[in-house]
Design a protein around this ligand. Sequence first.
Ligand SMILES: [Mn+2]
Length: 248
Amino acid sequence: MELEPKLLELLRNRGIESEEDIREFLSDKPRRTYDPFLLPDMEEGVDCILSAIEDGQKICIFGDYDADGVTSVTILWEVLSRLTDNLMYYIPSRFGEGYGLSRGAIDRVREQGAGFLVTVDCGSVSVDEVAYARSLGMGVVVTDHHTVSDRMADCPVINPARPDSAYPFPYLAGCGVAFKTAQALSEITGLPKRVLTRTLDLVAIGTIGDIVPLKDENRTLAKYGLRVINTGERKNLDRLIRACGLKP
Ligand SMILES: [Mn+2]
């Protein structure tokens, strides 16, 4: 591969030096992606979610109000809604409630009949809130990408940034973790592949919006996701793109 010295310098500044890494970074068909079950607690988390569905429990996807959080909710919604009708989501108010799980939000979700919480883009360090939800008899699975500083919630915590994570790439966005969880659920239940690939447009928006490093698996997700955006299949997104005067 013949490359301009300036380009090689720019790549080197980003830690991309080996022939293989350069090829992958510049490729139109990147391949770097990993088995979702390498993420900590993925097996246990997916088991809990599927048992909750079997038991007929109402599942609440608990998200966040930014680009990463909103896309995370939608990705998991699109896959879980193929497996159950007993589904709701909750996005806390940026102004009234703030980021993450809170007792008030858990009470509201419980009042609406939810027996099981799956968080996206939040929850790893919500030790007291997770304990509170469990004291009400609710099951909880956390999916998240935020740094785990000291104590971690007492439930399955699917998060590549955990200090004990063996996942090869620690910088997924929240929507990347939601996508990997959706991928694991799809594999176990044998959902058609297109259900999952159809969500890649949202993974690209959340990943780029959350300003995580666009390297490795994030780059793969963003590149294929941009292609899904440009199919125009998600009508409201297509309208938004047109309203902004953007072209594919
Ligand atoms: Mn995030």
